[in-house]
Design a protein around this ligand. Structure first.
Ligand code: GLY
Length: 352
């Protein structure tokens, strides 16, 4: 059955189907499902998403689908060369080539799409939505993802900005004393181009509209200077993003490897389904990840805590929202329908 006819089938039966699921299959005793609250409109994003929340809220107020709204929001950051963790201008892999990952998930249809290691296309979130809508698949990677994007009319472009190239070159030149690449003398090096620490970056954005429908998107250039082909958590459904239209939505930024190993966004939504607030659910998930990290001594501080950053953002069916980070100091963006501002994320550990 083609995706189109399957969709039409689902659409035609959705009222009856939804009613029979609710009436015919009681939720397990410990799962708390929340009736939709009409009229509550919220958008939540990572700290680099204040323009995304503004844009998405504007669209939600005109009745846009929540997935279209959050994608339009993150497109602003994907297009921005000054955000070096997402889309155009993102920091490249170790060969100096930008490779992007993204996922989208739509609550009302419980459908998702994702791309990974996508080169030369600045808006992987748009391609991820097409994977969801115009293929029978959830995840396309590398050359196949690029060919799929081009088949749908996307134009290839070089995503490596001059600034990103120079930062990559400084990184490469400082890798080893024993190779043939020499960095310029320090006095000739602009401060912002000094060797860059590894960074994970990323933007996540989740939203609820006034019908109580949820959606989310996560998009990134991933770990800077990564091994070509490395895929982080952002395009992995359940890790970098998860939406259950009966419960809530969650997404992440930070060290993808730790998140993939623990399916963090699924865990956040699951904890919300068991009655935890969005903030409590994010913290509980981080606690779980911190415990598992004890099995990996190279990723621990001297006092046994995870040495990396990892952050979750969540919203529930009532429109309540929250965020938590492994380490203190994180912020997240919230548009509550009236006000759009950055808020302090909760945290598991206080940094020095
Ligand atoms: N969280 C982004 C990444 O690990 O690629």
């Amino acid at each position: 059955m083609s995706r189109y006819s399957r969709r039409e089938f689902i659409k035609a039966g959705v009222g009856l189907g939804a009613a029979s699921i609710v009436a015919g299959k009681a939720a397990p005793a410990s799962i708390q499902t929340t009736p939709a609250t009409t009229g509550v409109v919220r958008v939540v994003s990572s700290g680099n998403g204040i323009r995304a929340t503004e844009k998405a809220m504007g669209l939600l107020k005109t009745g846009a689908d929540p997935l279209d709204a959050v994608i339009a929001g993150v497109n602003i950051v994907e297009d921005d060369p000054d955000d070096m963790s997402v889309g155009y201008g993102g920091l490249p892999n170790e060969d100096g080539i930008v490779e992007l990952d993204a996922s989208v998930m739509h609550g009302p249809t419980h459908d998702a799409g994702a791309v990974a290691s996508l080169r030369n296309i600045r808006n992987p979130s748009k391609v991820a939505k097409l994977v969801m809508e115009r293929s029978d698949h959830v995840l396309l990677v590398g050359e196949g993802a690029l060919r799929f994007a081009k088949a749908h009319g996307f134009k290839e472009e070089d995503l490596l900005t001059e600034k990103a190239r120079e930062i990559w070159l400084r990184w490469k030149e400082n890798l080893s004393e024993g190779d043939n690449w020499f960095p310029p003398p320090p006095e000739k090096m602009a401060a912002e181009l000094r060797p860059f620490l590894f960074t994970y970056g990323t933007i996540n954005c989740v939203a609820i509209n006034e019908r109580g429908d949820l959606a989310g998107v996560t998009t990134t250039s991933g770990l800077s200077f990564k091994i070509p082909g490395r895929v982080g958590d952002s395009p992995i459904i359940g890790a970098g993003l998860y939406v259950d239209n009966e419960i809530g939505a969650a997404g992440s930024t930070g060290r993808g490897e730790a998140n993939i190993l623990n399916l963090g966004s699924y865990s956040v939504v699951d904890f919300m389904g068991h009655g935890l607030s969005p903030e409590e659910a994010c913290l509980k998930t981080l606690e779980r990840i911190a415990v598992k990290t004890k099995l990996e001594p190279r990723l621990l501080t001297e006092d046994g805590r995870p040495s990396f950053g990892l952050n979750f953002y969540a919203i529930n069916k009532k429109g309540e929202y929250g965020s938590a980070c492994m380490w203190s100091g994180g912020k997240y963006a919230v548009h509550d329908g009236a006000e759009n501002r950055l808020r302090d994320s909760a945290y598991l550990y206080k940094g020095k």
